[in-house]
Design a protein around this ligand. Sequence first.
Ligand SMILES: Nc1ncnc2c1ncn2[C@@H]1O[C@H](COP(=O)(O)OP(=O)(O)OP(=O)(O)O)[C@@H](O)[C@H]1O
Length: 238
Amino acid sequence: MVPLLEIRDLACLRDQGSPVFSDLNFIVNEGDIVVIQGKSGSGKTTLLKCLSHLNVYNGQVLYRGRTPKSYGIPTYRTRVLYLPQRPSLLPGTPRDFLTVISSFGSRKKSAKPKFNENVSAADIDHPIEVAKSWDIEEELWDRDWSNLSGGEAQRVAMSIAVGLNAAEVLLLDEPTSALDPESSAAVEKVLASELRASESTLKAIVWITHSEEQGQRVGTRHLYLADGSCKEISQPHV
Ligand SMILES: Nc1ncnc2c1ncn2[C@@H]1O[C@H](COP(=O)(O)OP(=O)(O)OP(=O)(O)O)[C@@H](O)[C@H]1O
């Protein structure tokens, strides 16, 4: 069976030419929540950016056996969706971002998702409803990202990722780092149930966390990045 995501001989260089990492090889299968751990500066964010085709890299990233370019990069980025560590650095408002991303998207309206389906107002309403369930009032959608708190921005970004129901793989960069334990647990619960729900497009998550406890709670697999390479470990790294 073709893996959902396959990473072959992935290497990424710093501006000065030294490698952040090289020769990374791993597979993400349907149902996986792959937790990525590693010390600060080990290359976790860089890895997610390579997977979402935001960084230049050597080697191959294959989504369902095909290169990102073969889907068209905007469509690929909607299907393999990266949520940055600090969504507050995005330009404009969350509603602007939602409109742009949904115009590239494809929602699963039937058992077989199709690319480039038209997006209706309902597509845009759903993330707003998900966000409301996480105590995000609608007026926040029209504020600049820079004027949201870190935790508000994280919940809004996550509600877009979940509510649009377009992504098959979510690439999450410390998605709950600015949340209190209760909000964090609510987000973990929704993501885990989305992964199990048959009507959801979501098939796998790659999740960076510095929290060993969170890694243990959410992860089905654990990768540890160190010294420019990564290894699969059976338990979260202590
Ligand atoms: N645009 C860039 N130009 C030059 N070096 C960069 C750039 N982005 C990242 N780096 C370097 O690449 C290395 C890996 O950074 P990265 O942000 O991927 O680490 P990380 O493991 O996610 O760290 P943290 O846990 O602190 O978020 C670091 O040495 C960082 O300084």
